[in-house]
Write a protein that binds this ligand. Structure first.
Ligand SMILES: Cc1cc2nc3c(=O)[nH]c(=O)nc-3n(C[C@H](O)[C@H](O)[C@H](O)COP(=O)(O)OP(=O)(O)OC[C@H]3O[C@@H](n4cnc5c(N)ncnc54)[C@H](O)[C@@H]3O)c2cc1C
Length: 265
């Protein structure tokens, strides 16, 4: 779509080039930005020219650049010790029109957009990722992705802040995980996504897509079905749109959570 209110697209090559304002926005893959009118925007600042390595494997953390495309993440060679790498494929395939947008859509764009069906948010929250955010004074702040996404299309990102990357502890990557998703139609938008991860002393369930913001349910190492049902029942912000009614999403989340409990038992 032509964005007729725009005056310019600026190519950023360094932090100093970012200079965002209330009428400018970071441009990543552009798959959402160019999909609907943006009457309030005068300028886009292209982040894809920043030259950030898509993925960096360090001794203690895995860093995924905000500009890493979904295809780059999906096609990543197996990383030693990443027991839950299968989640990348499952989450990527949860996006509507998956492969059509994989080449352009980015991990950071998906998280910053904060749609309930943001499957890169599902992945990041399930793996306890930390968002590294560049602030306009040239500094950075860190926040759990779980807390960065606060609601439907809302985040803690200020208009002049940029999501630089997400970081995941290598120890977390080593933990076994299981994935569950339902949608009303075969290729439809996700109704609910539940990801389970087994830590040494807990079962951690992450519920997304069916809720307005990501939820983390911390359970004991060996919860019973009632524990899981109670934890899911405590969620009170089931999302309501044509892709699923709140009571259906709640019921499906309970079913997926119980299946994941059994799978990771
Ligand atoms: C056919 C189709 C199907 C889709 N299906 C889904 C779906 O199932 N689930 C879903 O969640 N989305 C879906 N989308 C929406 C969108 O394509 C994805 O969310 C995509 O991941 C956005 O990434 P992008 O890099 O293209 O972001 P852009 O379009 O470039 O940007 C999206 C928003 O994030 C901001 N932004 C981008 N990068 C950063 C950054 N690093 N720091 C701060 N702000 C930033 C932009 O300013 C903009 O406001 C779909 C889109 C299409 C066209």
């Amino acid at each position: 779509m032509d964005l007729t209110a725009l005056n310019r697209i600026r190519v950023a090559r360094s932090c100093a080039d970012l200079g965002l304002s209330a009428t400018s926005a970071p441009l990543a893959g552009g798959t959402w930005l160019f999909s609907e009118p943006q009457p309030e925007l005068r300028e886009l600042v292209d982040l894809t020219s920043m030259g950030w390595a898509p993925v960096e494997v360090h001794d203690d953390v895995l860093t995924i650049a905000a500009t890493c495309t979904i295809r780059e993440l999906v096609e990543l060679a197996p990383i030693t010790g990443w027991a839950s790498q299968h989640l990348v494929q499952r989450c990527a395939r949860s996006l509507v029109a998956s492969e059509k947008i994989w080449d352009w859509a980015t991990v950071g764009g998906n998280i910053a957009l904060a749609l309930p069906a943001g499957a890169m948010t599902s992945l990041a929250v399930a793996l306890d990722a930390t968002a590294v955010v560049w602030t306009p004074d040239g500094g950075e702040r860190r926040q759990a992705v779980k807390d960065l996404v606060t609601g439907v299309r809302t985040t803690t990102l200020g208009p002049d802040e940029v999501l630089r990357s997400i970081e995941i502890d290598r120890a977390t990557l080593a933990q076994p995980a299981a994935f569950g998703r339902v949608a009303l139609t075969k290729e439809g938008r996700s109704g609910v996504i539940v990801v389970g991860r087994r830590t040494p002393d807990a079962l951690v369930l992450t519920v997304t897509a069916g809720v307005t913001r990501p939820h983390r349910l911390g359970l004991t190492a060996d919860p019973n079905p009632d524990d899981v049902a109670r934890a899911v029942a405590a969620i009170d912000d089931w999302y309501d749109d044509p892709h699923g009614a709140p009571d259906w999403r709640a019921a499906m989340a309970g079913r997926l959570a119980e299946r994941i409990r059994q799978e990771l038992a």
